[in-house]
Write a protein that binds this ligand. Structure first.
Ligand code: GLC
Ligand code: CA
Length: 545
């Protein structure tokens, strides 16, 4: 590994409430992570990303933060966090955490003070308060809609009890957006960054990083999502330059990865040398199972990032998207910001194909240069749970769309560790998990997979070990070659003398490698007797001379 470890690190995303519950209240916690730390070590990842565990009313599963510099009692204490960092560092695992700068919870002190201070007060300037339109201000200041559905403005009751101003929220009404043009907001986040850097975290994942600076005229739009930056003029980059200066004052190559849904060329602007370090490759994640779409996602994102000298950050699963097994089981191309897709018309055979494809994609992405993220449960090939009954759903997307979209709970069902019935080792035996775990979840448990050489879990372990051994899988060049078959993507990887071919077969018929140079098959996502056979829906890695 180079000093800039993040350039080629494999991160493991822990969604704390769904990973492991130590005290049986149904919600995973930091102690649960500590208890499972050797599982993570054995998997072979380099770093963790913990989704929010900060004090929060949990309206958006912790992405509504009421205090950026503490731990919610639901997840434990600051001492637990310190212990977790210590235990990870002792095992050579880095720890990164989520920062949510676009908005806070309406229970955050700064917002409560702003509400109490009344219209036109300096306290309200930290948010986007506006008078309403219409005779009595009863019409929202503009027609902007929330990314979670419904309007993006909510009217408040003033301290005297009368209906008053409105405030802007990109997400739920409980998540007021900060006004990043105000220096006190930068100060709040400088304090937050320093607080955690001082505690030894190795980096951050920056939530909704592209929307911090808004067109504060809030002029009506034609309905388009108004916030994704389209060019470089947007002041958001000054924010990241400032944050980078702060991070540079710390040793150990601390890093940040940004979440932005912009197109490749705009994403790259966030990871120029004086801004942040990595940016999720959502172009890759959102591309459907198709040779053409995946090939162009790879080529375009690599090209855009090369211009700024930044690596690419591969990802196919996270807590906001239907799990890859289920996504690739269907050929629907994902579009838009939050994916409404529910895959209720898929049968068991489709899901089996989805598993093969998800594994093929994992092999492909983990053999490409750059950083990569794995989402907890991806290594078990968990499918999305699309039949959760409405009564148990918790995602604000479900409520704000009046049930039209089921939301993201289907990819957040707790992890199965062992046993044949709920809670499948997620917590002590009498635990009632925060989302119900399907009756068949035991088939996917860590316990079941660990002793099965052909399991997904053992595949991921072998793959991560191989990637560690062979620098050519993490560094070097990428050349997309002609495979002679429109369904087959063939990529030559080269690095100081080493050469590897990645061959992914998006079709159903086997493809045979005719390469005279072939030395040996390193790993196959769906191995057969013939080392040069790439079965349908699979990837093979071949070392060549
Ligand atoms: C990001 C998070 C998502 C959250 C939203 C609002 O997209 O990944 O889970 O709901 O921001 O904070
Ligand atoms: Ca718990």
């Amino acid at each position: 590994m180079t000093n800039e470890w993040w350039r080629e690190a494999v991160f493991y995303q822990i969604y704390p409430r769904s990973f492991s519950d130590s005290n049986g209240d149904g919600i995973g916690d930091l102690r649960g992570v500590i208890n499972r730390i050797d599982y993570l070590k054995d998997l072979g990842i380099d770093a963790l990303w913990l989704s929010p565990f900060f004090p929060s009313p949990q309206v958006d599963a912790g992405y509504d933060v009421s205090d950026y510099r503490n731990v919610d009692p639901l997840f434990g204490t600051l001492e637990d966090f310190d212990e977790l960092v210590h235990a990870c560092h002792a095992r050579n695992i880095k720890v990164t955490i989520d920062v949510v700068p676009n908005h806070c919870s309406n229970q955050h002190e700064l917002f409560k003070v702003a509400l109490a201070a009344g219209p036109n007060s300096p306290e309200r300037e930290l948010f986007h308060f506006r008078d309403g339109r219409g005779e009595n201000g009863e019409i929202a200041p503009s027609n902007w809609t929330s990314a979670f559905g419904g309007p993006s403005w909510t009217r408040v009751q003033e301290p005297d009890g009368s209906w008053g101003q409105w405030y802007y929220h990109l997400f739920d009404s409980s998540q007021p957006d900060f006004n990043w043009e105000h220096p006190a907001v930068m100060q709040e986040f400088e304090n937050t960054f320093r607080f955690w850097l001082d505690r030894g975290v190795d980096g951050f994942r920056i939530d909704v990083s592209d929307a911090l600076i808004k067109d504060t005229s809030f002029a009506d739009t034609d309905g388009a999502y108004p916030l994704i930056p389209k060019d470089d003029s947007c002041g958001v980059h000054d924010i990241y330059r400032k944050l980078r200066e702060i991070m540079n004052q710390y040793d150990g190559h601390r890093m940040a990865v940004v979440e932005t849904g912009a197109r490749d060329e705009i994403v790259a602007l966030f990871i120029r040398p004086d801004e942040m370090h990595l940016a999720f490759n959502f172009h890759f994640l959102k591309s459907a199972w198709s040779a053409d779409l995946i090939k162009s996602a790879i080529a375009q994102s690599l090209k855009a990032n090369a211009i700024v000298g930044a690596p690419t950050t591969w990802v196919i699963d996270n807590h906001d998207n239907p799990r890859s097994v289920t996504r690739y089981a269907s050929t629907t191309h994902l579009d838009g910001h939050y994916v409404p897709a529910v895959y209720t018309d898929l049968n068991e055979q489709d899901i089996e194909a989805g598993k093969l494809r998800s594994r093929a994609m994992a092999l492909l992405m983990l053999s490409l240069p750059g950083a990569a993220y794995i989402y907890n449960g991806q290594e078990l090939e968990l499918p999305n749970v699309d039949d959760l009954p409405n009564e148990v759903l918790q995602d604000p997307v479900f409520f704000r769309t009046n049930g039209e979209q089921k939301g993201r709970d289907g990819c957040r069902v707790p992890m199965p560790w062992s046993g044949e019935s709920s809670p499948f080792g997620f917590g002590p035996d009498d635990t009632n998990p925060w989302l119900p775990m399907p009756y068949y979840w035991g088939d996917y448990s860590v316990e079941k997979q660990i002793n099965n050489g052909a399991s997904a879990l053992n595949f991921y372990r072998r793959l991560l070990a191989l990637r560690r051994q062979m620098p050519v899988l993490r560094q070097g060049s990428v050349t997309i070659e002609d495979s002679g078959n429109p369904n087959v993507v063939k990529i030559l990887r080269e690095n100081v003398g080493a050469k590897v071919l990645i061959i992914t077969n998006f079709g159903d018929e086997s493809y045979f490698v005719h390469d005279d140079l072939a030395k040996k098959t390193l790993i196959a996502s769906n191995p057969t007797e013939n080392p040069y056979e790439v079965t349908g829906n699979s990837t093979v890695l071949i070392e060549i001379n």
